[in-house]
Design a protein around this ligand. Structure first.
Ligand SMILES: [Ca+2]
Ligand SMILES: [Ca+2]
Length: 373
């Protein structure tokens, strides 16, 4: 269920660009609530004007299912003490409950998947929280400044966690030095970072900027339980020259590896690739895509030597023909020209005749190229 968010982010931003000129739906009201009806026919609460101490947020408003708590919707609601979020809510947007400094208890519904940036920041009376098992993603700073927050119950699944989510919480301050875990997500390193870090098996995610600017780090072992590596997770780790990334990793955030801040000739801070840094991994993985898209070095562990095996499954089949057609139509990427190299059976550049030669080979025609060898 969570996987959708990690890949959907790009689609969402494309949609936002496409619809950027469409005016926002006008707000409706129901009791103390203002809301808008989203394109999917559900409601986003945009404002709350009441002064309840105990509040059970409704699951329906004006006949619409409430699926989202909008940006800053309950911010600065000083009377709120106990809040219950209904099971229908999937998304809690940025700043939704900021500076609700009387809130002592928040009960999340069983459907909450995303909590946006700074959603609960400076809820200074909040002491404990149980994050729902439905949770996939938390933005930056979500609970930062919640100084009384000492007990956090985390979900048992891979959660993408932003930067500084638990900054200045009692929970974080009470953690011993070393690797700090938020459930199965490696959140950060507290205190000095060792030169060599072995992330324990069972870790499912590495948070955004978890090891950012840890220049002492020269070696990191990522176990094959990890699925998510967050934005800038190893940004500025100039001591790292090579990282092995297992196949289980299905999402790598931008700038996770291979980049650092440097100064240009005028002294201005600029972002640069770390010279000599490379990733080692299998092909057809998130790691290969990350390296190709980021322009950093890549050592393939399992690259095929079979001519015509464009999809690298050690077999020449109709799937290779389809993949070559997709690459030629710009419907599939060709990281490091790998597909071109193995698909170009006639050794004169990849074109549609290569697909034809492979089809002839599959139909047992005599082909002059060494396809399948
Ligand atoms: Ca193949
Ligand atoms: Ca060719």
């Amino acid at each position: 269920m969570c996987k959708r968010f990690f890949s959907a982010a790009i689609v969402v931003s494309l949609l936002l660009m496409m619809f950027a000129v469409v005016p926002a739906a006008s707000a409706l009201t129901s009791g103390d609530y203002s809301y808008v009806v989203k394109d999917d026919g559900t409601a986003r609460i945009t404002d709350y004007s009441g002064s309840a101490e105990t509040l059970v947020i409704p699951s329906r408003l004006g006949g619409y299912t409430v699926s989202e708590i909008g940006e800053d919707a309950f911010g600065f609601s000083y009377t709120l003490r106990d809040v219950t979020i209904p099971d229908t809510v999937r998304v809690i947007d940025a700043l939704a409950f900021e500076y609700c400094d009387s809130i002592t208890s928040v009960t999340f519904g069983s459907g909450v998947e995303q909590i946006g940036e700074s959603a609960f920041w400076f809820c200074m009376a909040l002491t404990e929280i149980t994050l729902p098992d439905s949770l996939c993603e938390m933005g930056d700073w979500v609970f930062s400044g919640c100084s009384a927050l000492s007990e956090i119950d985390f979900p048992d699944q891979a959660v993408r966690i932003g930067s500084y989510v638990f900054e200045d919480t009692a929970w974080y301050l009470s953690q011993p030095a070393g690797l700090i875990f938020a459930g199965q997500t490696l959140y950060t390193v507290k205190g000095d970072c060792p030169a060599s870090v072995t992330i324990p098996d069972g870790t499912l995610a590495i948070a955004d900027s978890a090891f950012s600017a840890r220049t002492a780090l020269t070696s990191v072992t990522i176990p094959d339980s990890v699925r998510i590596i967050g934005w800038a997770a190893f940004y500025g780790c100039t001591g790292l020259s090579d990282v092995y990334i297992p196949d289980t990793v299905e999402f790598i955030g931008e700038l996770a590896f291979g980049y650092c801040n440097t100064r240009d000739s005028s002294g201005k801070v600029v972002r640069s690739a770390i010279e000599g840094f490379g990733i080692t991994a299998n092909v057809n993985t998130a790691a290969e895509s990350y390296a190709a898209n980021s322009g950093i070095g890549f050592s393939a562990l399992n690259e095929t030597t079979i001519l015509g095996d464009a999809d690298n499954d050690y077999l020449v089949s109709i799937d290779d023909v389809t993949l070559i057609q997709r690459v030629l139509a710009n419907l599939a990427s060709d990281p490091f020209d790998r597909i071109s190299r193995h698909g170009d059976v006639s050794a004169d550049g990849l074109d549609i005749t290569d697909a034809t030669y492979i089809q002839q080979y599959l139909a047992h025609y005599t082909v002059r190229y060494a396809i399948g060898k």
